[in-house]
Ligand binder design. Sequence first.
Ligand code: ADP
Ligand code: ASP
Ligand code: MG
Length: 402
Amino acid sequence: MGLIVQKFGGSSVADAAHVMNVARIVTDTYKEGNDVVVVVSAQGNTTDDLITKALEINPKATKREMDMLLSAGEQISIALLSMAIDSLGYPAISLLGWQAGFETNSKYGSARIKSIRTDRLLLELGKKNIVIVAGFQGLCKYDDITTLGRGGSDTSAVAIAAALRADRCQIFTDVEGVYTADPHKVKGVKKLSEITYDEMLELATLGAQVLNNRSVEMAKKYNVELEVLSSLNPVSGTIVKEVAKMEKMLVRGVTKDTNVARISIIGVPDVPGIAFKIFSKLAAKRINVDIILQSVGRDNTKDISFTVSRDNGPKAVELLENFNLLDGKKIVCDRDVAKISVVGAGMETHPGTASKMFEALFSVDVNIQMISTSEIKISVLISASDAERAVNAVHRAFIPEE
Ligand code: ADP
Ligand code: ASP
Ligand code: MG
């Protein structure tokens, strides 16, 4: 008996049958004598469909109005799930983000949770209600609805688990846990029984959307142990925690991220301060830069290439084209790229990981455009058309088939 937070993603509540399935999982947990808070996402592709609707009307819609629109998806799910639980004969109440006490900053579209006022949640739990909370949303200081960014319901669930000091935080999804690569895209993947916060954070940041990276960051900060498991198949999933069983694996996972664009500036002056001026310009506009490559200077000029998220590509190019320091310089943006990464804490102490990855890419004739490394990951930038082949080859090289 305890307090359990359960989160169900869009595919887990896609239609009436799925909603009833979730209602049964939740009520089974409640029947065991637990207090249960449930966080749900919008049904199926609702969020994408709402974005399409907005684009049809105004491609330049403000982020405030987008948040107002997108938050509606989760409102539908909470009401339906509450009705489903009621039909099974159990007490439930649905709450929007603001009713559940989610206070965020006012960065519409990617708001950060500042705090959760837990009084309403506690009141409803005290009444023995199953409390169903709309994920992905909160309220800012202007009393406006905000959303937390795509995949943000995971963060809502972890935030509630942290605020209520829940005994368990379960993230139910359409796969049975965290795998060595996306089970829908890569052959021969293995389910991990445990993974550390740090490894999961890298995997999530580098493209494994099974958990939102901010949710992992928050789970680490507040020491919330996460369990990722299937809403359709009741088998044990993956535990995300501070120290995990190593299972003698050098590499825990391989990811593919296609949300990348590469920008190259050709022939910039080869003098001190150039990189500083370019990257501070981008930083001032909050454009995050990832891999950076600078060529050796020749004839007093050099080339600088770097990657940004795909949606930031046009903004970054516009900014650089209007930067007088780069007047007349050729600026190229390639959105046809993908980033393939290997992640694993074991890499720190094992030389040869990089060469093994490069050999795997060579074996399927994939050209590497850029490379970046840290203690627990190696990433390469390649052409998007090679991505599927590359991720499979790299996975084969590191994760032996059983
Ligand atoms: P939800 O709607 O439940 O939030 P998501 O679509 O956001 O689900 O995340 C689950 C999906 O993440 C899976 O269907 C899978 O295709 C994808 N995925 C990518 N990488 C991984 C991985 N390493 N392990 C498990 N799933 C992964
Ligand atoms: N519905 C939102 C999205 O599709 C939030 C979530 O699913 O976590 O991004
Ligand atoms: Mg998700």
